[in-house]
Design a protein around this ligand. Structure first.
Ligand code: SF4
Length: 245
């Protein structure tokens, strides 16, 4: 069935999680050393609660069920550790998709974190997330306290409800959840910070947004991301009527 925009991201998360999980396994399509952060072992997954116009993995996330390789948390950790030892990396992440769509993917991630932190205690896991499910289910956040080697980078998708809906394709009422996740993580003493695609907003808008975050008790500094304008990204942005500034 064709997806209608704007969609309910909670329903989409449930639907996508059903497609990308089997018991404690999750779909991944690639494991690689990536150059970001000075070198990071990366597991590329499929499936997201959002469909951002600038997502470099848009088509895989639109049809995640086409992929067939399910991996247990131990298999994921083994592959990532193998890359890390070979390349002398200390950093790990899941990319290409949203790591946490619901409880099943959350506990899959927890197991991956456990295997990696037990076998490589000097490592750091950078959880790159849109923060949606974490803000919806803040009761789960305590579990992260088990991992002192975890930091959470929450990629915010807009500076207000309108820009969030236009970018993600998800209904604007859900804008607040990633902000809730950030505030709660900070409150628990878990290292977390917000990131935003800076190319779509003026300096004044970004500065107003930084104040807006502070007023909501989010103290960590805002990281500004730069757009990687692949042809498919440019096409999707045109369809959503999003322009770089
Ligand atoms: S939240 Fe990230 S993975 Fe999900 S659609 Fe947006 S850019 Fe892609």
């Amino acid at each position: 069935m064709a997806l209608e925009f704007p969609f309910d991201p909670l329903k989409r998360s449930e639907d996508v999680e059903n497609q990308v999980t089997r018991d404690n396994k999750r779909l991944y399509y690639r494991f690689r050393p990536a150059p970001y952060y000075g070198g990071i072992a990366t597991a590329d997954a499929v499936g997201c609660s959002f469909l951002c116009a600038y997502c470099w993995n848009y088509n895989r996330n639109l049809y995640p069920g086409r992929f067939k390789e399910f991996y247990t948390p131990q298999q994921v950790a083994d592959k990532l550790l193998h890359i890390a030892y070979k390349k002398s990396f200390h950093l790990f992440r899941i990319s290409g998709a949203e790591p946490i769509l619901g409880e099943r993917t959350f506990y899959h991630l927890i197991e991956v974190l456990r295997f990696i932190s037990q076998r490589k205690p000097d490592s750091m896991f950078i959880l790159e997330t849109n923060g949606f499910f974490l803000g919806y289910r803040t009761d789960l956040l305590e579990k992260f306290k088990e991992f002192p080697n975890l930091c959470v980078r929450i990629c915010l998708k807009g500076i207000d409800e309108e820009s969030f809906e236009q970018t993600t394709g998800a209904q604007k009422d859900f804008y607040r959840f990633p902000l809730i996740a950030l505030r709660e993580l900070e409150g628990l003493g878990i290292r977390a910070w917000p990131a935003l695609m800076g190319d779509f907003f003026s300096t004044e808008e970004i500065s107003r947004f930084e104040n807006f975050l502070k007023e909501r008790d989010i103290q960590s500094g805002l990281e500004l991301e730069c757009l990687e304008a692949y042809p498919s990204v440019q096409e999707n942005m045109k369809k959503r009527k999003i322009r770089e500034i």
